[in-house]
Design a protein around this ligand. Structure first.
Ligand SMILES: [Fe+2]
Ligand SMILES: [Fe+2]
Length: 153
């Protein structure tokens, strides 16, 4: 497995969680909170992994520099939105509107990574490098998930 497959698997998992969340009713606050907390955790850990392992590996190359800088900005917007949603709580009127916007931004960002950033990165990193990055990501992800749940508890 290389870095691209690994990151795409995360993208799919988040998309699945958004689907589940969208199927809940307005009065299912507990279920909404549970699913949102999962999305928040997945996206926070995923973003941190990209910013500490994947992006630095391709950031200094001409081909990928601009798309990485854009990606970092989008991560920032995603984090701000999730934090605002967390402050509001699922029963607030604005929460659902923010959820819709969050999904739109995440989908745009994922699309850009998969159709623009990854193909360009393949020209910057060779196959061995892409596999070595995947190994680092897997180790780091376990650690971050543990640290994240410690912080939340
Ligand atoms: Fe990203
Ligand atoms: Fe990503």
């Amino acid at each position: 497995m290389d870095i691209y497959e690994l990151l795409k698997k995360d993208h799919e998992a988040v998309s699945e969680l958004f689907d589940q969340l969208e199927q809940t009713d307005e009065d299912e606050d507990d279920e909404r909170e549970r699913l949102f907390a999962e999305i928040n955790r997945e996206l926070t850990v995923h973003g941190e992994i990209e910013e500490t392992i994947f992006y630095p590996a391709i950031k200094n190359a001409d081909k990928t520099h601009d798309v990485v800088m854009e990606g970092i900005e989008e991560h920032q917007i995603i984090k701000q939105l999730m934090s605002a949603m967390q402050d509001l709580g699922t029963d607030d009127d604005q929460w659902e509107a923010k959820l819709t916007v969050l999904r739109e931004i995440v989908e745009h960002h994922v699309e850009e990574e998969e159709t623009e950033m990854f193909p360009k990165a393949r020209k910057v990193l060779d196959g061995d490098e892409a596999e070595a990055l995947a190994e680092r990501v897997e180790d780091e992800k376990h650690m971050l998930l543990e640290r994240y749940s410690e912080q939340v508890d």
